[in-house]
Every structure is written in structure tokens, then in C-alpha cells.
Design a protein around this ligand. Structure first.
Ligand code: ARG
Ligand code: ZN
Length: 417
């Protein structure tokens, strides 16, 4: 757990990023060398505790040789100054280039899950190493730049504006983001009042002029999820709408939505999905990608909870049973520990949601919702494993649940509900 300060200048015309990233870290072992993940760019200066440190680069690895050994437990500061034209990178997990992307209107945005944070800043790119962040993003006027967290300062000077964002709660590298282009920050006062959390959406002017139906429901969704899971874990929320992205991603406090969702019949449910991740994924983060059902199963089940909230228990029972029957007839693998290329497979989402429904049917509504709340409260701000979740469910319910989780998460056969 440490702190990243991203002090970056981006010129959209020149397609050029430059700046300094400072990492305040603590050694967990005696370090005579250590590695960060970082791809591309030219590194123009690199210091450890203010002293220049030699480094080498191979593939994604940036290997740093501090002047003196850093003893276990010591805090230290790495500063990396770099510049160049950013580019997305391919991930084994997903057939889309991830990281720093360019939209159809020339906007830039970062969608890094699972392993593309290294396409824009040097980091220890592992979900178990969460940190707080300060972003100081400078762009030429009138370009807008938005990052995770609260806007705490705006400084305009010589035709460029620096906006400072603070992400005060620990965040994994894969959820760090910036959105740059001609965007409007559109406050949602009604939604904010209902949610008890400030809601602002980051929209292209044409979208801001006629916001999509459903967007106004986010306040009610936050209210519903706060009742169900516990308080919203961050200081602000909203979505950013971008072009040229065929998905949505739950970046902390600022989910990114490809503009194809805006007139889609599932828009409302994708809003629910990404919002649910703020609790499950963003606040409680899997310690390891193999447990990604803790993200996707939970966010998908929250869509079903929203359906139940809107349409009643029969609608929930129908979608659960229908999904169970589809999986029972298909040869898809179980959701429990997907291969790297299967992290975002349907089984992780849908059968992952069924794990929670099966748990709910087994232990009853009271114990089930108390389990979700206890899990969110206990592991919020940090990391969790499947074993942690199972332990909470057993503690709350008093039931022995190894068999249920074993069958639903890791068994080839799909159990009966
Ligand atoms: N966590 C995202 C979601 O389910 C995944 C979207 C797929 N793309 C990706 N790069 N991870 O909302
Ligand atoms: Zn998801």
C-alpha cells in the first residue's frame, strides 16, 4: 500500500505525453534491485529517494538498481520522468487493445483491466498492490481532462489547465484512468440527492445535450446498493462516455462506457453492473485474477437484484433458473479459476452470479445479505480471496458451505438450484 502521483502533460495534437510519476512505496523484503511494469516511452530520468538509479528495460519489466540496498520495512520514493506517444497494448485476457485508447472523436481514455496500466504509467501492476493516487493532469485549453476521484484544484496558465484529482481510497492499478478530450462534466443534482453521493457524468457535448434515458437512475441505483451492500465506498461517482470501445469498465469513481451502450436496451443493466463493481472489484479487490468471479459474478448478480427490485421475485427466479438450465446443457467450464484467456468468459459472469443465488437459496435472505454486507465492510479498501468470502458466509450463516461452493465454483456439472 503506497501512493502514486501522476504529474502528466498531454498534447492531443502532437499525441505526446510527458511527465513524472512518483511512487511512494514500502519495501516488503530487503531490495537491492526491484521491478516495475512499464511499456513504451523514453525514460529521461529515474531516481530512488532523490538519487539517480540505473535501470534496464525488457518487455514490460523496468528493473531498477537503487544506489543502496533498501531494507525491508523502509519507505522509499521512486520518481520516473518519461515522454513519448502513448499506445494501447494487447492483453492475453481480452481480444481488444487495452490501456491508453483513442476514441472516434479523438478523445483519449484509459481502460486497463486486467494488465494494461503499464501502457501509461510505471507501476507494480498487480491487483493485490493497491494505493492511493494524486493525478495532476495538464492539457491545452479548451481540452478537458478527468481522472479518478475528486477534483481538488484547477490551475490555468499560459493556455493550458492543470486539474488535480485525489483518489483518497486505495485503488488497484487496473482501475486508474484518465479521460481527455472535448467533454462536459455534467452534474446530476437529483441523483446526487437521492444517492447521498455526488454524481457527475463526463459526456461528449452531443450526449450532454440529450442524455440517454436511464442515466438519471444512477442515484436510485446507488441508494438501492447502499441499502443492500453498505455505504458507497468512494467520494464521487459517474460514467464517462467514449467512442471506439465495445465494452464498459468499472474504473473507480468513473466507469467508462462505450457509446454503443447509450441506445441499447441493456443500458440500464450495464449501469447497474458497473456501479456494483464499485463495491465488488473496486473497493473489495480480488487478490488474484483467478478469483475474478468475485468481481463479475457479484456485478452480474446485482443486475438480477435490480431486476428483482423493479419487477419482483418471480423475475429473479426466472432469470436464475433460465441461466442455470442453459449452463447445465452447455460444456462451458466452471467459473472458479478461469485460465488467463477466459477471465471475461460468460461462465465467470453468469455462472458466477448463480453461485451467489445458490448461496442465497441455501442460507436464506437474512444470512445472505448479511454476508454481502460483512464481506464489503471487512474487506473494503483492501483485497479478498474466494476463501475469505466463503469464510464470511460460513461465519454469518453457521452453515458448512464447502460443498456448495466447491460444486458451483469448480465442478464441471452444474448443480440444481
Ligand atoms: N470488468 C468489465 C465489466 O464486466 C470487463 C469488460 C471487458 N473488458 C475488459 N477489458 N476487461 O464490466
Ligand atoms: Zn463486470
Amino acid at each position: 500500500m503506497g501512493h502514486y502521483t501522476l504529474d502528466l502533460f498531454f498534447d492531443p495534437e502532437a499525441d505526446f505525453l510527458s511527465g513524472v510519476v512518483t511512487v511512494d512505496a514500502a519495501a516488503t523484503a530487503d531490495l537491492d534491485t526491484f521491478n516495475l511494469d512499464f511499456v513504451g516511452f523514453e525514460i529521461t530520468d529515474l531516481t530512488v529517494d532523490g538519487t539517480a538509479a540505473p535501470f534496464t528495460r525488457t518487455g514490460r519489466e523496468l528493473s531498477i538498481d537503487p544506489a543502496a540496498l533498501i531494507p525491508s520495512g523502509e519507505g522509499f520514493t521512486i520518481a520516473v520522468e518519461y515522454a513519448g506517444t502513448p499506445a494501447p497494448i494487447t492483453s492475453e485476457a481480452i481480444p481488444v487493445e487495452m490501456g491508453w485508447r483513442t476514441g472516434t472523436g479523438g478523445e483519449r481514455y484509459v481502460v486497463a483491466e486486467p494488465d494494461a496500466a503499464s501502457s501509461w504509467f510505471p507501476s507494480n501492476d498487480h491487483p493485490s498492490d493497491k494505493a492511493t493516487y494524486t493525478f495532476r493532469i495538464t492539457v491545452p485549453d479548451p481540452t478537458m481532462a478527468v481522472a479518478n476521484g475528486l477534483l481538488v484544484d484547477t490551475i490555468t496558465d499560459l493556455g493550458a489547465t492543470t486539474r488535480v484529482y485525489e483518489m483518497a481510497q486505495p485503488m488497484p492499478t487496473y482501475l486508474a484512468t484518465v479521460v481527455i478530450g472535448s467533454f462536459e462534466i455534467v452534474d446530476d443534482p437529483n441523483g446526487s440527492a437521492v444517492a447521498g453521493v455526488p454524481i457527475r457524468n463526463v459526456l461528449p457535448p452531443l450526449v450532454a445535450a440529450s442524455p440517454p434515458a436511464g442515466l438519471e437512475l444512477q442515484g436510485e441505483m446507488i441508494d438501492f446498493m447502499s441499502d443492500t451492500f453498505g455505504p458507497f465506498p468512494f467520494d464521487v461517482y459517474g460514467i464517462a462516455v467514449v467512442g471506439n470501445f465495445p465494452a464498459a469498465l468499472e474504473n473507480s469513481t468513473l466507469s467508462i462506457f462505450g457509446d454503443g451502450f447509450l441506445d441499447s436496451p441493456i443500458f440500464e443493466f450495464v449501469l447497474v453492473h458497473e456501479l456494483a463493481h464499485q463495491w465488488f472489484g473496486d473497493s473489495v479487490t480480488p487478490a488474484d485474477w483467478g478469483d475474478i468471479w468475485l468481481n463479475e459474478g457479484f456485478a452480474t448478480y446485482t443486475e438480477w437484484l435490480w431486476l428483482e427490485h423493479r419487477e419482483g421475485p418471480a423475475a429473479l427466479a426466472a432469470i436464475a433458473q433460465g441461466t442455470r438450465d442453459v449452463f447445465a446443457e452447455s460444456p462451458l467450464p466452471p467459473p472458479g479459476s478461469p485460465a488467463p484467456a477466459e477471465l471475461f468468459a460468460g461462465t465467470v459472469y453468469q455462472r458466477g452470479a448463480l453461485v451467489l443465488h445458490a448461496l442465497r437459496l441455501e442460507i436464506g435472505d437474512d444470512a445472505f445479505f448479511e454476508t454481502l454486507q460483512t464481506y464489503a465492510a471487512r474487506f473494503g479498501g483492501g483485497n479478498a480471496t474466494t476463501a475469505d468470502f466463503v469464510a464470511v458466509a460460513e461465519e454469518v450463516s453457521g452453515a458448512e458451505l464447502d460443498e456448495l461452493f466447491g460444486a458451483w465454483l469448480y465442478g464441471d456439472e452444474v448443480p440444481e438450484l
